[in-house]
Design a protein around this ligand. Structure first.
Ligand code: GYE
Length: 321
């Protein structure tokens, strides 16, 4: 007979009943976590996946991992399969905010606790998940806005901004836009003249920036990109159009991945707002706490900073993602 986890567990249970194994051995059976990841769209996401996989290993938690390729239906399928497999805890990073109630109710009915990591859902029923751990995206947008307002404080004329939004309907795209607009609206000289999604990828960031440049050309003073990958794609488009990134067009992005630090060191990106993908250890602690019956706060916020190009070379060696 081949020993899969279930046969092994039932063999152990039989041994315990027969008095051959102490009950404490049974209590130590490996926790199983089902994680439904968004995809592999960005450097941030790669670092996030790596953090989750290595933290699970370190914590001795069995990880079932799936990649939804940025499609909600794939994430829903993965969550349903984790319910069917009766995992101990389900965690996921919801690609978009809405449309989760049905599947979350199914998890609740199966008594499987759910942890949201990185991105939030906009469900009205917050009993459908235990906790949401991740960044404050509105605050990240505000940090980007505050940096720009300070940088342009002596500028007299209009400041024409183009915006590369993240995935339509995703929490980081909605919230980063909101936080940024909240700050820049204090001065009418700041004008968002174009805003479109680049789906958080380099390829789309480049493509959309090309279209912005075609339509607006030298009118563009600032690019606000909702993540570093789109900014890096856009930098290529700007150079191909014969302009100087970070000089002719001021570029602000979010995440703080290594690629952004390299771009800053090369003098092509002005600033990145930090958004940490290293959520793995925190998630594994939460899984253990939930199974130990502890109550977790409904919201666990990641602490983060902001890095302008002037500090990039000094900070680069200590960056972990
Ligand atoms: O900023 C982006 C990624 O949800 C915070 O998703 C995350 C975002 C991150 O693709 O690079």
């Amino acid at each position: 007979m081949t020993m899969n986890r279930r046969t092994l567990t039932s063999a152990m249970a039989a041994a315990a009943v027969a008095g051959l194994l102490p009950a404490s051995v049974l209590a130590q059976k490996k926790l199983v976590l089902g994680f439904a990841q968004v995809g592999a769209e960005s450097e941030w996401r790669t670092a996030n996946t790596e953090s989750i996989k290595s933290a699970a290993k370190d914590a001795g938690i069995e990880l079932k991992f799936s990649d939804a390729q940025q499609k909600q239906e794939n994430q829903i399928k993965a969550i349903r399969s984790y319910i069917a497999q009766k995992v101990d805890v389900i965690a996921f990073s919801p690609v978009v905010e809405s449309g989760w109630d049905t599947v979350l109710r199914e998890a609740k009915a199966a008594k499987i606790p759910v942890v949201l990591t990185d991105r939030a859902v906009n469900s009205k029923d917050d009993t459908l998940y235990v906790t949401f751990m991740g960044s404050d995206f509105v605050e990240e947008g505000r940090k980007a806005g505050r940096w720009l307002v300070e940088k342009m404080k002596d500028q007299k004329g209009d400041v024409n901004i183009v915006e590369l939004q993240g995935t339509v309907g995703s929490a980081p795209a909605i919230d980063r836009k909101k936080g940024f607009e909240e700050i820049i609206k204090a001065d009418p000289k700041f004008k968002i003249i174009r805003s479109q999604t680049g789906d958080f990828t380099r390829a789309k960031g480049k493509e959309v920036m090309e279209a912005f440049l075609k339509a607006e050309g030298k009118k563009i003073n600032v690019l606000f990109a909702h993540n570093d990958d789109m900014a890096i794609g856009a930098i290529q488009a700007i150079e191909e159009a014969g302009l100087k990134p970070a000089k002719d067009i001021t570029i602000i992005s979010i995440d703080g991945v290594k690629g952004a630090f390299e771009a800053m060191i090369a003098g092509k990106l002005n600033v990145t707002v930090e958004c940490s993908p290293l959520l793995g250890p925190q998630l594994m602690n939460a899984v253990k706490d939930i199974k130990a019956g502890k109550t977790l706060p409904k919201r666990i916020v990641t602490e983060e900073g902001i890095f302008p190009m002037e500090v990039a070379a000094k900070e680069f060696p200590s960056r972990k993602y």
